[in-house]
Design a protein around this ligand. Sequence first.
Ligand code: CO
Length: 207
Amino acid sequence: MKVLPQLFENNRKWANQITKSDPTFFQKLSQQQSPELLWIGCSDSRVPANQIVGLLPGELFVHRNVANLVIHTDMNCLSVVQYAVEVLKIKHIIVCGHYGCGGIKAAIDNRPHGLIDNWLRHIRDIYRKHLDELMCITDKDKQMDRLCELNIVAQVMNVGNMTTVQDAWEKGRPLSIHGWIYGISNGILLDLGVCISSAEELKELEK
Ligand code: CO
């Protein structure tokens, strides 16, 4: 018995639609992928990477986890970045978080959530580091929004400090890291203006 039949039906419709507009689309795609962008985003179902930036299969290399964290010992994320930079030779890494992130909320709500709390500790570290600024924001939602932004900036710096990225910069390869945030309540993407394209720019951002 086929489970979730609707999804297979949707898939056939989707594949037909694409083939109609470009009969060789999948054939060409099966030969190679050459995306210029790596997207590191949140697992949240409301933030589908390709759709919100209007890109087709083959145009975006994607890594997603809860709260779009880039942790220096996370072999999964490290491997994705290494493959993207060294093999696919992508030119842009986008760290895209979103307002209203459940992971960010859970990190500071002082309630136990089980195993995921170990993952979310990294956000508590960012929260503690910026406690003075955050405490000046009296509106709780705005405070959370700011923490979502600060988390993205921290992850941009973490990407910049990855050995793979440092090596690419040392070799003079063009590679930029961007920090973007998406509004799930309006569908709008914003650039946080923390783009770094060299070790020097990383140092500036870390000041
Ligand atoms: Co999220």
